[in-house]
Design a protein around this ligand. Structure first.
Ligand SMILES: O=C1C[C@@](O)(C(=O)O)C[C@@H](O)[C@@H]1O
Length: 252
């Protein structure tokens, strides 16, 4: 599988790609959040559209996505509509979820689209096919906010995502011990050693997992999430500190 490159950014090239989520609820706050991003901050911006107050007004939301994309001035945008089952605020049913992702891709502004593995297989196939038709890579994701499954289970999730056509497989789980963090790093290493060139993003969330956000790239994670304000998940470090840590680990 070829490397995933969006707007000149190749995921995981040199060091893990830094992704910063924007989580504002209103148009004004969202555009202000985008304007305040540090110039040397994120490589990719994630729009957590599920946090937006107009989530249920698709036409308005699509127009805002286009406006945000222009405001990012060429910085790649990952569109995420995180469902409530996966720790987000998006209570769209499967059909509305699929329609929104497909309409956004059709409109041409997301550079990457997050697709949740927990959606029914028919929905996944339709969305992946529709997003790919526009040449946009799919980041397929799975979240477990309560626990860390064993290595083999994490690898099975990555395998299933790849089989469904994911360009990037992303797994975020909650560790309860240092061993859980090692489980995530071991799965990361095995998933990438088995299939070099097929990017994975792994995250151990919470305070225990911060080391995975800083050091995951050493084990093969292609990207890491950082906050430039409120953040979107437990344990996200501030973008500036993360960038410094990645420079120490991977060089500038
Ligand atoms: O999937 C992820 C990873 C994440 O949950 C994290 O733990 O950093 C943050 C989310 O915004 C993103 O969609």
């Amino acid at each position: 599988m070829p490397a995933v490159t969006v707007q000149g950014v190749t995921l995981g090239e040199g060091r893990p790609t830094i992704i910063v989520p924007l989580t504002a609820a209103t148009r004004a706050d969202l555009l202000a959040e985008a304007a305040q991003l540090p110039q040397d901050g994120p490589d990719v911006v994630e729009w957590r559209a599920d946090r937006c107050e107009i989530l249920h007004r698709p036409e308005k939301l699509l127009a805002l996505g286009a406006e945000l994309s222009r405001a990012l001035r060429g910085r790649p945008m990952l569109l995420t509509v995180r469902g409530t089952a996966e720790g987000g605020d998006g209570d769209l049913d499967d059909e509305a979820y699929a329609a929104l992702l497909l309409a956004a891709t059709e409109a041409g502004w997301p550079d990457l689209v997050d697709v949740e593995l927990s959606r029914p297989e028919g929905v996944l196939r339709r969305v992946v096919e529709g997003v790919h038709r526009h040449g946009v890579p799919v980041v397929m994701s799975h979240h477990d906010f309560s626990a860390t499954p064993p290595v083999e289970e994490l690898l099975a999730l990555v395998g299933r995502m790849r089989a469904l056509g994911a360009d990037v497989a992303k797994v975020a789980v909650m560790p309860h011990s240092p061993e859980d963090v090692l489980t995530v790093l071991t799965a990361t290493r095995r998933a990438t050693a088995d299939a070099p060139g097929e990017p994975v993003i792994t995250v151990a969330m919470g305070a225990l997992g911060v080391v995975s956000r800083l050091g995951g790239g050493v084990f093969g994670s292609a990207a890491t999430f950082a906050s430039a304000g409120t953040g979107s998940a437990p344990g996200q470090p501030p973008v500036r500190g993360l960038r410094d840590a990645l420079e120490l680990l991977h060089g500038s």
